[in-house]
Design a protein around this ligand. Sequence first.
Ligand SMILES: C[S@@+](CC[C@H](N)C(=O)[O-])C[C@H]1O[C@@H](n2cnc3c(N)ncnc32)[C@H](O)[C@@H]1O
Length: 308
Amino acid sequence: MSTEEGKKVSRKKEIGKNGVVVEGRGVYDRRNKLNELTGEEWVYFTNSVWITGYSPTATENVGLKYRKIHPSPKPPGLIRDIIKFFTKSDALILDPFVGVGGTLLGAAMAGGGRTAIGIDLEEKYMQAYNKVCETENLKKMQYVIGDSKKIMGEKNSITEKKYDLIIADPPYSDMMSKTRTGQRVKLYDSPGATPYSDKEADLGNMNEERFLASLREIIEDSARLLKNEKYLIIFCKDFQPKGKQTNLLHCKIINELNKIDGLEYKGMRIWHDQAMSLYPFGYPYAFVMNQIHQYILIFRKVQNGGKK
Ligand SMILES: C[S@@+](CC[C@H](N)C(=O)[O-])C[C@H]1O[C@@H](n2cnc3c(N)ncnc32)[C@H](O)[C@@H]1O
């Protein structure tokens, strides 16, 4: 527990052998090996549907003014809550697709002694992240520019560490580098594509087959650095179905990553982003889905029968 949380506990009532009442939050169980949440907070997080949205001015969406140069930044408050569930306050977190720093900001906001390392191909995203840290006075984490496939596959200062949590928000195959049609023209107000970069190594510029193979390689190398019994989280979104193609990218990702030795799929949270608007896409002729949710897929490292 962080010092602040520790102080609160020390003033609290003991419940049975392991319980400690934490004022205003519920009962913390001293056997808790995963996080610093009370039982009530823990159970709330396991809800499979997460309905929340962050306005541009919400504190959970800190520094959006700088981060919006990125086509799909994650609200740091959302990542903060994921980090609080999956780590204790001394955790080290890795994000191989860090963009404008959602995970790094989330780790700083989660507090305690948490630290995070992020990798991305694009220097301009790091500059936006740095600007947010400076203006918001948030702890600056390590940000490495480069290709995660290369970095995670070689010996260096990142791969010599062990991590308590890996958060990966990869490109959703080539969704952002395609010229938009239908729903996406309306969502983005223009038919122009918004690729993350023009780099060949960018997973967002790869077709689905190359994307899945590259993602698996990066996740396999990352999972090797994960401590046993710890978690790896992946964000993703599906494409609209087309003809007989179901385009359920989240299923393909689950099946591909579940083949990795020692990594097991444990379930998902569906994030309903309340900040998304509804559009009358097919109206009044046909059903066209308003996709206002993303998948947060949860994997766990389980090796040697779960022993450390
Ligand atoms: C969905 S975005 C991540 C957004 C991030 N969660 C945030 O809050 O800003 C995916 C990111 O992966 C990066 N990327 C794509 N291929 C990469 C690679 N091979 N190595 C490192 N980063 C890569 C892109 O530049 C892009 O910023």
